[in-house]
Structure formats: C-alpha cells, structure tokens
Design a protein around this ligand. Structure first.
Ligand SMILES: NC(=O)c1ccc[n+]([C@@H]2O[C@H](COP(=O)([O-])OP(=O)(O)OC[C@H]3O[C@@H](n4cnc5c(N)ncnc54)[C@H](OP(=O)(O)O)[C@@H]3O)[C@@H](O)[C@H]2O)c1
Length: 262
C-alpha cells in the first residue's frame, strides 16, 4: 500500500499540545490513525483529544510527561514496550535566545534533554523492539538553524544540528529495512515556540499544512523544508559557505532576539 496509510494506523506524537505537533495530530486523525499525545499540559492535550474523538472515529490517549525529566522520559519509553505504533512524531522541543552567558543554564541543559536525549531514547526503543516487519515511520524535527552554528541561540541551534545529523545517519542505516526516517527543517513558524524562546518572528509561516507535506515526503527524502518560506530561506542559505551562513543568521537572530543586530 502507498501513502500515509501504509504504516500501522497508530501513532505517538510528542509535543502534541500545540503548534506543529498539534497539526500532525489533526492530519493523522483525519487519516484514521489512533493517537497517543504527549506534552506537559494535560488540559490542552485533553481538549485536543475530545475534539479529535468527536470529529473522527479514532481513539486518542493522552500522556502528560515532562521530557526534560529523565524519570518521566523513562516512563514514556517503558510504556512503548506494550504499544504497537506505526509512526512516531517527535515534535516536543523548545529554544532560547540571548547572549549565551546570560541564559539560564538549567533551561539550556533541559533543552538538550528534551530536544535530543528523549529523541534518542524513544527512537532506540522504537527500533530495537520493533514488533513486526510492517513499515514504520519516524518524524524528527531539525530546523533551518541546524545546518550551521547560530549566534544568540547557540544551544538550540546545536540541538537541531544533532537531530539533523542523527536523522541522516538513522535513515542511512534503516533504508530498505522498512523504517522511514525524516528530518523536518522549518524556518520560522508561528507557534508558541517564539514566545518561549524570547524571539520575535515577524515573517513566519503558519503550522497548518506542515504535517500534510511532511507525511507526503516521508520515505521519499531524508530532509524536508516545509512550505515556501523554509524552502526560500533554506535554499538561499545553503549556497553560502558555512561561516557566511553563521554571519547571516547572526544578523537575523539578533533582530529576532534583541530587535537589532545584537
Ligand atoms: N516554530 C518554529 O519557528 C520552529 C522552527 C524550526 C523548528 N521547530 C521545531 O519544531 C518542533 C515543534 O515546535 P513548535 O513550533 O510547534 O513549538 P510549540 O508550539 O511551542 O510546541 C512545542 C511542543 O513541545 C512541547 N514541549 C515543550 N517542552 C516540553 C517538555 N519539557 N516535555 C514535553 N513536551 C514539551 C510543548 O508542550 P507543553 O508546553 O504542553 O509541554 C508543545 O506541545 C520543535 O522541535 C521545534 O524546535 C520550530
């Protein structure tokens, strides 16, 4: 079978309470997937669950987990053993903006746990204890900032470089083995991300429709730049040498974080 229904119709989505993860929840529900939605905010997860169950004939479970806490990530990973997902979408993540030494160290370290450590743990469990030979899909979240160092968001950009490299490597290992892995590399997207990161994004795309494009490309490419803005910014930057990309993004990030070049 081709298309998004080739996977078992059961998906885990982290970061499902808002933004791009929420868009995945609606797109997969529309395609008949039962879902397990993970984030910290149980109230928002329950609202989404009730809305999805009233609109589509699917079952939705919610699981409140703080993925910056290793004990909670371990609980989620242990729970995977008794589940049989066709797809995992690991959208939970956050960023920070500012001069590195002025940022809260715990926020930076927790970011590594959410954006990278939890992703490695979940992927390891999902692949190691694959239940059968049916096709599986893994959707990971890199970023436009993950292709070079980016001043004023140093840790965040480094977490996204990690995910980009991790996705490319896993895709290389499991190509032709029935596990499709994709890295989503958006430019600025209008979600709660900017507020939490302390970044003002003047020109940003809507999260709506990102899931549809990504799911269409899953299994066909390793990296997807969803929407026009991501493609325009991504392909313009990629032609520059790495040090020049860092210079350009320093100017852009300076505007987003300080309202000036920083
Ligand atoms: N927006 C952008 O411009 C942009 C650009 C490139 C890449 N991305 C990436 O895209 C992904 C989705 O981001 P988004 O734009 O949709 O942002 P968002 O609207 O802020 O969504 C982030 C999601 O992650 C969850 N989350 C955050 N911290 C968590 C934690 N400690 N434990 C568990 N869940 C946590 C949030 O839920 P709770 O708050 O309920 O926990 C929320 O559901 C992220 O990986 C982000 O880095 C975003």
């Amino acid at each position: 079978m081709n298309g998004i229904k080739r996977y078992k119709l059961n998906a885990l989505i982290t970061g499902a309470s808002s933004g791009i993860g929420k868009d995945f929840a609606y797109e997969l529900a529309k395609n008949g997937y039962s879902l397990t939605l993970v984030a910290r905010d149980l109230g928002r997860l329950n609202e989404i669950k009730h809305d999805l169950e009233s609109k589509y004939k699917i079952k939705v479970k919610v699981d409140s987990k703080d993925l910056s806490k290793n004990t909670e990530t371990n609980e989620l990973v242990n729970g995977l053993k008794s589940e049989d997902y066709g797809l995992v979408v690991l959208a939970a993540g956050y960023g920070s903006g500012g001069k590195f030494h002025s940022l809260d160290l715990d926020t930076e370290l927790n970011m590594i746990d959410v954006n990278c450590r939890s992703v490695v743990q979940i992927c390891h469990e999902f692949i190691q204890h694959r239940k059968d030979e049916s096709p599986k899909g893994i959707v990971l979240f890199g970023s436009l900032v993950g292709f070079q160092g980016v001043p004023w968001t140093a840790t965040y950009a480094a977490t996204k470089a990690f995910i980009q490299s991790f996705a490319e490597a896993l895709s290389g290992e499991y190509i032709n083995k029935g596990i499709d892995i994709i890295s989503v590399a958006p430019g600025p997207v209008k979600t709660s991300f900017g507020n939490r990161a302390g970044m003002v994004m003047g020109n940003a795309q809507s999260p709506d429709g990102i899931a549809k494009e990504v799911l269409r490309k899953l299994g066909k490419t390793v990296t997807v730049r969803p929407g026009f803005l991501s493609k325009f910014l991504g392909y313009s930057l990629i032609t520059l040498p790495r040090n020049l990309r860092t210079f350009v993004l320093k100017q852009i990030m300076g505007q987003m974080v300080f309202g000036s070049k920083g």
